[in-house]
Structure formats: C-alpha cells, structure tokens
Design a protein around this ligand. Structure first.
Ligand SMILES: Nc1ncnc2c1ncn2[C@@H]1O[C@H](COP(=O)(O)OP(=O)(O)OP(=O)(O)O)[C@@H](O)[C@H]1O
Ligand SMILES: [Mg+2]
Length: 257
C-alpha cells in the first residue's frame, strides 16, 4: 500500500475483530479510507463485506451476541467509545441498501424525514432542503410535480435515488452503500455509478459490490476480503492490474469466487 499522509484519512479501522457469538466474521481488519474518495469492498459471498460496512455506523450493535474489538476512528474520533452518540453517528455515516427501502410516505416526507425527527418544523427550510437533496440525488426533475405521491410508486432506480436524497438531507460526511445496484438494470446502474462519482466531490463513499467491473469503474481504492480477512487494500488500479497478493490475483482473474 502506498504511503500517504494519515491526515487525509477520514476512516481508520485498526485491528478489528468481530464475532457473531462464537463465529469470527472479521479477523484483524485494517483499513484506511480517504476523504472524497470511493472505496470499494470486494470478495466472495460470506467474506464479511457487509459486516465490515455495518461496523462503520454501528449497525451491528442491533444484532444480539455481536462482540467487536479493535478500533474504528472517523475523523479521529473512536466511534465505539462510550461517549459516541449513535444517532448522530448514523446521521453522519448514512447507509444505502441492496433493495431500496423508502418509507411508505410521500416522496417529500421521505426526504425530510430525518430533519423532522431532528425537530425541524420550518416549512421554507424543509422545502429548500428537500429540493436541494432531490437535486443532489438527480431526482428533482422526475419528481418535482408529484412530491406528495408515495415514494413507493416510483420505479426502483428512482426509489434508490430517493433513499440517497433522504441521506443527503441530513448532511452526512460518509455514505455507505451495500450493493446499491444489485436490484437495478444496467442503465439504472450506470446512472447510480455516475451519481456516485458526482457525490464524492462532497462526500466520502464506501461501497460493497459483487460486480468487479463496477468496483474498477467507480472506486479509487479497493479492499479484497476473504473469510473475514482484508487480504489486500490498495489503489483500485493496482488491485485490478498488478495485485501484490496471489489470492487477490486469483479472485480478480475469476479463478474462484
Ligand atoms: N447476524 C448474523 N449472525 C450470525 N452470522 C452472521 C450474521 N450476519 C452475517 N453472518 C455471517 O458472517 C459472515 C460474513 O457475512 P457478511 O454478510 O458480512 O458477508 P458478505 O461478504 O457481505 O456476503 P455477501 O456477498 O453474500 O453479501 C458469513 O459467514 C455470514 O454467514
Ligand atoms: Mg453482503
């Protein structure tokens, strides 16, 4: 891995172990993610990609019997420290899932949901943020005349962008995406990939993907995981053209996985 000034990093994972009961799903994982970059996690099914992603906003806290040791710092703050406000953390580190999960509410109410929960009542403010967030997710033109229709009426790709708009409304720094295109067709996938590249100007993105072409198209850094270990982490171009670990080479050349 090329040496870089650690001040550029927003996410710093150090020696992370995670157990689901007796089963160890993450083994001594180290990873650094740079600000305003897209970091991709790849590897065969069950290797721990989603588990690692969920650690970044403490979603694993919701699963019984999970034990985590090691450290994750975001902006130099230990997110597993007792003083961490988990609600704040999840606002700052938002997550987009495999299947779009809009709430059964109007498009508008979906986008401003987090703001309302935070107590914002001013209509002008809510309207402004709704428009800005929908524009940021490239959805404004498609929905501006039907903001009060249900979010569930939208086509799947627009539902996924609605979920992205809902995150943008609460101004996160980091966006986690767990296979965000796996339920979308190739054209919708391309649009989300283009959107990701636009979003990284303002946000830091960590994406899990099964699609190696996708990782190579959109990401700046890639981590290859296998059986709970981070086998190799490097610039995406290095991972896909000259990996230094034989296991990575075997995976990206399609020998298994
Ligand atoms: N809630 C859970 N309880 C127990 N074991 C779990 C739980 N979630 C995941 N695991 C196990 O942890 C390992 C890692 O799972 P994880 O979902 O993180 O893998 P993944 O790389 O995201 O896989 P996929 O590509 O199939 O989504 C797997 O062996 C899985 O069975
Ligand atoms: Mg997964």
């Amino acid at each position: 891995m090329e040496k870089q000034n650690s001040a550029e990093y927003i996410i710093n994972i150090k020696n992370l172990d995670l157990f689901y009961g007796k089963f160890q799903a993450l083994i001594a994982v180290d990873m650094l993610a740079q600000k305003n970059m897209i970091t991709a996690l790849i590897g065969p099914s069950g290797c721990g990609k989603s588990t690692l992603l969920r650690c970044l906003n403490r979603m694993n806290d919701l699963i019984r019997g999970v034990i985590i040791t090691g450290k994750i710092e975001i902006n130099n703050l230990d997110i597993y420290s007792k003083s961490t406000d988990v609600t704040e953390l999840r606002k700052n580190v938002g997550m987009v899932f495999q299947r779009p999960n809009p709430f059964p509410l109007s498009i508008y109410d979906n986008v401003v949901y987090g703001l309302r929960v935070a107590g914002v009542r001013n209509k002008t403010e809510l309207d402004e943020i709704a428009e800005k967030s929908l524009r940021g997710a490239w959805l404004w033109d498609q929905v501006k005349d039907k903001l009060h229709h249900s979010g569930l009426e939208l086509p799947l790709d627009q539902q996924q962008r609605l979920c992205i708009a809902r995150l943008l409304a609460v101004q996160p720094e980091v966006i986690l995406m767990d296979e965000p295109c796996s339920s979308l067709d190739p054209i919708a996938t391309m649009k989300i990939e283009e959107l990701m590249i636009e979003l990284k100007k303002e946000y830091t993105i960590v994406i899990v993907t099964h699609n190696m072409q996708q990782a190579s198209r959109v990401s700046d850094f890639t981590g290859y995981m296998l059986l709970g270990e981070m086998i190799e982490f490097d610039k995406t171009v290095n991972i896909f053209t000259r990996p230094s670990n034989k296991l990575t080479e075997e995976y990206i050349s399609g020998k298994y996985g």
